[in-house]
Design a protein around this ligand. Structure first.
Ligand code: FDA
Length: 457
C-alpha cells in the first residue's frame, strides 16, 4: 500500500523552476510539497554555463546570489566571429553562479517557511481519477508515495516527466522536436594561465566547431572557467563531447586544463515557449515549458520568471477555489506569453535563420557592421531584429560579391516574421477556448516562414 500525503500544491523538480516557485510560495499559507530525485548536493545539478543576467533577479524579486553562491561578477559578453578577428563587446551586468549553493539556499528558505521537502524521491507518473489530474506517484527507497494535491507542478526540466505522461489530447503534452533543442556539454576547469578580462564571458560563434549553436568560455574567477558548447539536435552533427575533445582541447586557451571540477552534458530546448503552461490542475514551468531563450540558450532566469507568474496564478486559483484552466491559473500563460514569451517566439524565428548561416556569412555580417554590439543587446532584449538596415541597403553589391544576393531579402523576411511571431504571442488567447485556433495560426506562421527560407527541418 502506498503512503498518501495530501497537499495544496505539489512541485515536482527543485531545479531553477521548481525551487524558485517553492521560494515564491513559501509565505502563501498553502500546504506545499517540493519533491526531487536528487539529494541536497544534487540540487540545481543540471550541467549549465552558470551565467545569468542580473535583471532576472530584479524582475522576479528572487534574492541576488551572494557568498558561496556567487562565483564571479559579469560586466558583459564578448561575442567572437568565426575567425575571431571581430569581437563585439555587449555590456550588461550578470553573475557566474555556483548553482548548487544558490539552489540549496532557496530550498532551505522554503523549508524554513514551512514547505515540506522530499529529496531522493523519484516521481514516476501523474495520477488521474475520472480524467482529472489529482496527484503523482513516487518512490523513496522501498516506499511508494502517493502525493495528492489540487495543483500539480511539473518542473522536471527537459524530460517533462509529468507533461509527457498526460493524456495526448491535452495541449500541454506537446512534443519537443530534436531540431528544436541543443545538445550541450561543459566542463568546469582550472586553467594553467590567467584568464584575460575575467569579468567578460565569451561566446564564440563558429558553425564548424558548434553547428547550430556556439561554444563558450565563461570565467568563474581569473583561473577557473566553465567551458562548453552546444550543437543543434536532429541534424546528425557530432556529439559535443567529441568536438570538445577533438577540436576545442587543441586550443591553448581551452586545452591548458590543470584540473577538472565537473564534466557533463545535457539537452536544452531552444524553441518558442510551449503552447500552454497550464491545464486543469496542472502547471508546467522551466525547460519542460520551453522557457529558454532560443538564441543564447539561457534558461535559469526564464525559469525564475515563469515561476514568478506561476506563484501569482496559483495563489489566485486558491482564492477563487478554481483549479481549472478556465480559472486564474490561465493568468500564468497571459503573464508569461505576453511578456517574455513574445520576445522568445520572435527570437526563435531569428534562431532558425542563424542556424542556416555559414561561417563566411556570419563573419561577413559582423565585419560589415550589420549587427553592432548595442543591436545585439537590443535584439535579445526586445525580440526585434535591430540589424543595421541602412548599411544593408548600401552593401547590396557586396551581397552579390558574396554570392548571396538573396541574403538581403532573407534578412528583411526574418525581421518581418520576427515581428509577426511577437504579435501572435502578444495576442495570446485571453481564454483557453481560443487556444486551438491560436495554435493553428502559430504553426501556420512557422510553416510559412520556413517555406520562404527553404528550410525543410
Ligand atoms: P532542471 O533540469 O534544471 O531541473 C529539473 C529538476 O527536476 C532536477 O532537479 C531533477 O533532478 C528533477 N527531476 C527530474 N525528473 C524527476 C523525477 N522523475 N522525479 C523527481 N525529480 C525529478 N542557462 C542559463 O541561464 N545560463 C547558462 O549559462 C546556461 N548554460 C547551459 C549549458 C548547458 C550545458 C545546458 C545543458 C544548459 C544550460 N542552460 C543555461 C540552461 C539551464 O541549465 C536550464 O534552462 C535550467 O536548468 C532549467 O531549469 P529547470 O528547473 O526547468 O530544469
Amino acid at each position: 500500500m502506498a503512503k498518501q500525503f495530501d497537499y495544496d500544491v505539489v512541485i515536482v523538480g527543485l531545479g531553477p523552476a521548481g525551487s524558485s516557485l517553492a521560494y515564491q510560495l513559501r509565505k502563501s499559507g498553502l500546504r506545499i510539497a517540493g519533491v526531487d530525485l536528487v539529494d541536497i548536493n544534487g540540487i540545481w545539478g543540471k550541467p549549465c554555463g552558470d551565467a545569468i543576467g542580473e535583471h532576472h533577479f530584479h524582475e522576479t524579486g528572487m534574492p541576488l546570489p551572494s557568498g558561496e553562491a556567487l562565483a564571479n561578477n559579469v560586466e558583459g559578453i564578448d561575442l567572437y566571429s568565426p575567425s575571431e578577428e571581430v569581437r563585439l563587446r555587449v555590456k550588461g551586468k550578470g553573475f557566474m553562479i555556483n548553482r548548487n549553493a544558490y539552489g540549496r539556499m532557496l530550498v532551505s528558505e522554503a523549508e524554513k517557511a514551512g514547505v515540506d521537502i522530499y529529496l531522493e524521491t523519484y516521481v514516476r507518473n501523474p495520477v488521474l481519477e475520472d480524467g482529472k489530474l489529482v496527484g503523482v506517484k513516487a518512490v523513496r527507497g522501498d516506499e511508494e508515495i502517493l502525493f495528492k494535491a489540487k495543483v500539480i507542478v511539473d518542473a522536471t526540466g527537459t524530460s517533462g516527466v509529468l507533461r509527457r505522461r498526460l493524456p495526448k489530447e491535452w495541449p500541454v503534452n506537446e512534443p519537443l522536436k530534436p531540431v528544436d533543442m541543443n545538445i550541450a556539454y561543459r566542463r568546469i576547469v582550472k586553467l594553467e594561465e590567467e584568464i584575460e578580462d575575467p569579468n567578460y564571458i565569451r561566446i564564440y560563434v563558429n558553425q564548424e566547431i558548434a553547428p547550430g549553436g556556439y561554444w563558450w568560455l565563461f570565467p568563474k574567477s581569473s583561473s577557473v572557467a566553465n567551458i562548453g558548447l552546444g550543437v543543434q539536435g536532429g541534424r546528425g552533427y557530432p556529439h559535443p563531447k567529441k568536438i570538445y575533445d577533438e577540436i576545442l582541447m587543441k586550443r591553448r586557451d581551452v586545452g591548458s586544463q590543470v584540473e577538472v571540477y565537473a564534466d557533463a552534458g545535457a539537452a536544452v530546448p531552444t524553441r518558442r515557449p510551449a503552447n500552454t503552461l497550464v491545464w486543469d490542475n496542472f502547471v508546467g514551468i522551466g525547460d519542460n515549458g520551453y522557457t529558454v531563450n532560443p538564441v543564447h540558450g539561457g534558461g535559469m532566469g526564464y525559469a525564475m520568471n515563469a515561476a514568478y507568474h506561476a506563484s501569482k496564478a496559483i495563489i489566485e486559483a486558491f482564492q477563487a477555489n478554481d483549479f481549472t484552466r478556465y480559472g486564474p491559473l490561465w493568468k500564468l500563460n497571459l503573464g508569461y506569453m505576453r511578456g517574455i514569451g513574445a520576445k522568445q517566439a520572435s527570437l526563435d524565428i531569428f534562431r532558425i535563420y542563424l542556424q542556416e548561416l555559414s561561417n563566411e556569412e556570419i563573419e561577413w555580417g559582423l565585419k560589415n557592421g550589420i549587427m553592432k554590439a548595442e543591436d545585439a543587446y537590443d535584439t535579445s532584449v526586445t525580440g526585434e531584429l535591430k540589424a543595421n538596415f541602412s548599411v544593408l541597403d548600401k552593401v547590396k553589391t557586396l551581397f552579390k560579391l558574396l554570392g548571396r544576393p538573396s541574403m538581403l531579402q532573407e534578412l528583411v523576411t526574418v525581421s518581418r516574421y520576427m515581428k509577426k511571431a511577437k504579435e501572435l504571442y502578444l495576442n495570446y488567447p485571453e481564454t483557453p477556448g481560443r487556444l486551438e485556433d491560436w495554435i493553428e495560426r502559430v504553426e501556420a506562421l512557422y510553416r510559412e516562414y520556413k517555406g520562404k527560407l527553404g528550410i525543410t527541418w
